[in-house]
Design a protein around this ligand. Structure first.
Ligand code: RIB
Ligand code: CA
Length: 297
């Protein structure tokens, strides 16, 4: 039984790896990619999403544009260091096989509305703006969501946006607050675990020569281009947890989010008055990497 998922994404090199895995592993029914501004602007994340589907010859999967900017606050300056000015550090993808449509949150709502309640999970790989729009503009479908699995935040690991804040959550803290408080089943995959799932050079070299295995090698190569010996596979951890949560240790925590100014905007706060969400705190990194590899054979 394939897991039916909607992937909300800002590709982005690690998003790209996560999407290639989801399409290659044969264990997901990907209903659509909804795009959000984050690593790079919405036009580019949308083009990259379509290009990844073209590589996998999946023109049947729709791409639906969402929000380019956060719910309320000013968009952060795009820091193209990690993902490059095109979001994929110069990796050229084929043109999308079909044009993207508009209205991500409305599309998610209409997809949920006709599905078996609880049968669709949302895998959120970027800032949560689209999902927050879904919750506020289509409250009637929130109870139909299976689970929202989110890459974002940090608890005990140093941040990658501010000292204590992670990029996805720092980009749109208000959206995080809406989603955490939505009443849906939410599972957060923070830097505390994603930084432990690291692709080393030998792992990358050993990826199979399938078309998407080759692209994955290129993506990882670019992701490690600045001479690092390994890179954290943030977004792929969401897919891995969706398939095999037993690789992770989850705890239910009462969380709130800092809605103040940078550098702590988006910081996750343990607060007994907060929303109860599942948080991945530990991971068997070896099992995670072994599972990831199965997506590229
Ligand atoms: O902090 C890591 C997250 O920010 C990942 O989703 C990466 O793609 C960037 O969006
Ligand atoms: Ca991302």
């Amino acid at each position: 039984m394939k897991k039916r998922v909607i992937i909300d994404t800002d590709p982005g090199l690690d998003d790209a790896l996560a999407i290639l895995f989801a399409l290659g592993c044969g264990r997901f029914e990907v209903l659509g990619l909804t795009t959000v501004g984050g690593n790079i602007g919405l036009d580019r994340t949308t083009l990259n999403a379509g290009g990844l589907l073209a590589v996998m010859e999946r023109g049947d999967i729709p791409v639906i544009r969402g929000s380019d900017v956060p719910l309320t606050r000013e968009q952060q300056d795009i820091i193209a260091i990690v993902h490059g000015a095109d979001g994929l550090k110069g990796i050229t993808l084929p043109e999308p096989l079909a044009p993207a449509s508009d209205g991500a949150s409305a599309w998610i709502a209409s997809t949920l509305a006709v599905a078996e309640p609880g049968s669709i999970d949302i895998l959120a790989l970027g800032p949560l703006t689209n999902i927050a729009h879904l919750v506020t503009e289509h409250p009637e479908v929130v109870g139909l969501i299976g689970e929202i699995i989110v890459m974002g935040g940090t608890l005990n690991e140093p941040g990658n946006s501010g000292p204590n804040s992670e990029f996805n959550f720092a980009t749109d803290p208000e959206a995080v607050s809406v989603v955490l408080g939505s009443g849906a089943k939410v599972t957060v995959v923070p830097l505390d675990v994603t930084r432990k799932v690291r692709a080393q050079l030998d792992y990358v070299e050993a990826l199979p020569d399938t078309p998407h295995g080759t692209l994955a090698r290129e993506v990882l190569g670019q992701y490690m281009q600045d001479g690092r010996q390994s890179r954290a596979l943030h977004d792929p951890c969401v897919m891995l947890l969706a398939l095999e949560p037993g690789i992770f240790r989850l705890e239910k925590l009462a969380l709130d989010v800092d809605l103040g100014e940078p550098p702590d905007a988006g910081r996750l706060l343990l607060d007994k008055r907060g929303s109860l969400v599942n948080v991945a705190l530990c991971v068997d990194a070896e099992r995670a990497l072994a599972l990831l590899r199965t997506g590229f054979v």
